[in-house]
Ligand binder design. Structure first.
Ligand code: NOJ
Length: 763
């Protein structure tokens, strides 16, 4: 076989015949010899050769049928799940890409079909949901956001990309950048929580991590997809997929900024959301997808629908039938349709009938091809498909070590009365109790397609590795997650009675959060509450370890426990990471990315709420103020809260009474001291409140944060610079504005703490 000079040797070895065919194909010929500036011209020529059906095929993305309906595991089964039929569709040029497939061998076969047997030999793109790691599973994104450490988020996303690309994946349906302010909504696990600044910072970090810093053509780069555009997290009642009806101001001020941050980080693609937005489904919303995204923000990348979201326009009551649904989504700005098959079925006829302009069709095809070009697929369609790399690049000791580091840096110490934590490693008998105490289950968390609990390390193993003598530790389930076990409580009480300390591992199953897993009650399930009460009644010192996908309501013995750690779902190294924090190998340093309310009925709740005309002052309940009959509308544990093993104090504010001039910078500072006996990493947060403005402003807004390491006895001056642009809000004309006046600021350990506070003027 002749050796086509421009095709890599590795590619030849993988797809010998396929690559040869590819090398002499029209698509390849067009790309060859083209320098970067000439590339768009080559794409145009290719588009010129395509039939209407081949064009619509490029705009059609389908769940991989390789393993039957396995790729549908996290979505409703829909459409063809027969692999042979799917291959035939590829050969006919009726599919542009597949997603959630499995492995390099599948990718090799499918890519071979595309570049050897389809008429124009356009390579497929392989997409997947790689939400928090691939085979090495990292903490769920919400947990990791609590690290307040974008460098860490970038690093875990990079590793996810290294592993996923080695298995043939070019394009990741992540990061989810939806702001989530209602803990009933189960999908908060995929994002960065309730805050706009944290959302922006994490969105950018994750995009950089997935896409890498060497360009998308790098073998280990995968295109990112910021989703779900827009305001998917604002679903009424916290019910997934539900109606969203919010003002344009709130969209621009709260829900859009993380997308803008993703765009600034050069995200390659955007996914339109399932929800309707004030009457018009996002998937068919020209204002959102064209006016804002294309015209205002100049986004030049690809917009993909969510899974069957164009089909769902019919159930929304927005489209009468499939043909109309395809037309509305496509004309609004969705370039590529996921899973419904509506584009391949209806776009050719719609163009022929003159209902969809050819120019719009070509524009969308151009975006798909441009993405494939950028990813280097026209240069080497097999560049990410390598069975050897697929085996050797995953779950390496280095990757697992980062998973452990990310795990411990995502754990939030909510409470530590009497300095119960960290625990001594020797000399104490420990009873590990609860449905999350042992066993390779419920570890990696929701929304993970490629990792498995079977490959993750549980709590019991992690604890036994760290204690001086593994025989110090006994483990008892005590109950199931939602149901009692016969005799379970008795066993648990006996184990507690025989121990010096109890670690109670309770919380939510991984099926209680993630997509479609909204809850009406965000507390600990009753079977586990009964266990907690019984174990607490033994009077043994108790550390509660929460496993959860959301901000929870804590009650009774759980709320009253002397020590509580929020451990979310931490991934592959869940047990060792938790044990590291329990025994103080590394102290806790994460902060809550979402508030823990007092009661479910307070939802939606977020710290950056408005004051109202009748704010309730701190103190006992008063009449005719904005509060509930039973409780103040504050959090039990607010956004930003998290303790360390140090003893941290905030000194007096510097910069209070100052004036920020246009073009100037105001320096605000406070000295933070660790007077404890342990090292600490304190997340120092800067909040502001605009005290009077032409649009009412939140009671607090996070403007900056710093992770500051403090040795025992050490003090550090932590300084923030505030500029006029940091005080921008969306004015009455819906344009960004800044108004002079008085502002309050807090340099504080949480959104509800006073810390070092003062006022300043903007002149
Ligand atoms: C539906 C989810 O909303 C989306 O985030 C995901 O990427 C797709 N399913 C594909 O699995």
């Amino acid at each position: 076989m002749p050796n086509p000079p421009q095709v890599t040797r590795r590619a030849l070895m993988i797809g010998a015949g396929a690559v040869a065919a590819w090398a002499s194909s029209p698509a390849r010929a067009l790309m060859l010899g083209a320098d970067a500036s000439a590339l768009p011209g080559s794409v145009e020529t290719l588009i010129g050769q395509m039939t209407l059906e081949e064009k619509a095929g490029q705009l059609t993305l389908m769940a991989a049928a390789w393993a039957g309906s396995a790729a549908n595991a996290l979505n409703p089964v829909q459409g063809n799940t027969n692999y042979e039929r799917q291959l035939a569709e590829v050969e006919r040029g009726r599919i542009g890409g597949v997603f959630n497939g499995n492995g390099a061998e599948m990718a090799r076969q499918m890519q071979t079909a595309a570049v050897k047997r389809s008429r124009l030999k356009v390579p497929l793109i392989f997409a997947a949901d790689v939400i928090h790691g691939f085979r090495t599973v990292f903490p769920m994104p919400l947990a990791e956001a609590g690290s307040f450490d974008p460098e860490l988020a970038e690093r875990t996303a990079r590793i996810a990309a290294i592993e996923a690309t080695a298995a043939g994946i070019d394009w990741n349906f992540a990061p989810m950048v939806d702001v989530a302010r209602d803990q009933r909504w189960g999908r908060g696990i995929e994002g960065a929580g309730e805050d706009v600044l944290l959302g922006r910072v994490m969105a950018a970090a994750r995009v950089r991590g997935f896409q890498g810093r060497k360009g998308l053509a790098a073998q280990d780069a995968m295109a990112a997809c910021a989703k779900h555009f827009a305001a998917y997290g604002a679903a009424e009642g916290g019910l997934d997929y539900n109606t969203v009806d919010i003002s344009e101001r709130t969209l621009r001020e709260v829900y859009f900024p993380p997308f803008e941050a993703a765009l600034d980080a050069e995200v390659a693609t955007i996914m339109a959301s399932f929800n309707e937005l004030s009457g018009i489904p996002a998937t068919a919303n020209p204002w959102l997808l064209t006016d804002v995204l294309r015209r205002e923000w100049s986004f030049g990348g690809l917009v993909v629908s969510d899974y069957t979201a164009d089909l769902e326009l019919i159930d929304h009551g927005f489209a009468a039938d499939a043909r109309e649904a395809a037309k509305l989504a496509f004309l609004a700005g969705v370039d590529m349709s996921m899973q419904s098959g509506f584009y391949i079925q209806h776009l050719p006829a719609l163009v022929e009938a003159g209902e969809v302009p050819m120019a719009r069709l070509d524009e969308a095809v151009r975006r798909v091809l441009a993405l494939k070009v950028k990813l280097g697929l026209f240069d080497d369609p097999f560049r990410r498909i390598d069975p050897r790399r697929e085996k050797t690049r995953v779950r390496t000791p280095a990757h697992l070590q980062v998973a452990r580091e990310a795990g411990r840096r995502s754990i939030v110490l909510l409470k530590n009365d009497g300095d119960l934590l960290p625990l001594p490693r020797a000399g104490q008998k420990i009873a590990l109790i609860g449905p999350f105490a042992q066993g390779q289950r419920e570890l990696i968390g929701p929304w993970n397609v490629y990792g498995s609990d079977a490959e993750a390390v549980d709590l019991l193993t992690g604890v036994r590795e760290l204690v001086a003598d593994p025989a110090q530790v006994t483990a008892v389930d005590g109950c199931g997650i939602e149901a009692p076990i016969d005799g379970g409580i008795e066993q648990a009480v006996a184990a507690a009675a025989a121990a010096d300390i109890v670690i109670l591992a309770i919380g939510e199953s991984q099926r209680m959060s993630g997509e479609a897993q909204s809850r009406v009650d965000i507390g600990i399930p009753p079977a586990q509450m009964a266990l907690a009460e019984a174990v607490a009644a033994t009077g043994k010192p108790m550390v509660v370890l929460l496993r959860h996908g959301r901000g929870l309501v804590l009650e009774g013995a759980v709320k009253e426990a002397p020590a509580i750690l929020a451990t979310w779902f931490l991934g592959s190294m869940s047990g060792p990471a938790t044990a590291d924090v329990l025994f103080g190998v590394e102290g806790p340093s994460a902060r809550l990315p979402v508030s823990f309310p007092h009661a479910t009925g307070q939802q939606p709740y977020h710290y950056a709420h408005k004051n109202t005309g009748r704010p309730h002052p701190v103190g006992p309940l008063q009449e005719y103020k904005a509060r509930y009959r039973e409780a103040l509308n504050v959090a039990l544990y607010p956004f930003g809260h998290g303790l360390t093993y140090g003893r941290i104090a905030y000194g007096s504010p510097e910069g209070a009474g100052g004036t920020l001039t246009p073009g100037g910078e105001l320096r605000l500072a406070a000295t933070i001291t660790n007077s404890g006996t342990h090292d600490a990493v304190e997340v120092v947060q800067l909040y502001i409140q605009d005290q009077s403005a032409s649009i009412t402003r939140p009671v607090r807004e996070l403007k900056a944060f710093q992770r500051v390491a403090l040795k025992p006895g050490e003090s550090r001056r932590v300084e923030f610079g505030l500029k006029r642009a940091d005080l921008t809000f969306i004015g009455q004309d819906l344009k960004p504005t800044v108004e002079p006046g008085q502002f309050r600021f807090w340099i504080a350990p949480s959104a509800q703490a006073e810390g070092a506070s003062g006022v300043f003027e903007l002149s």
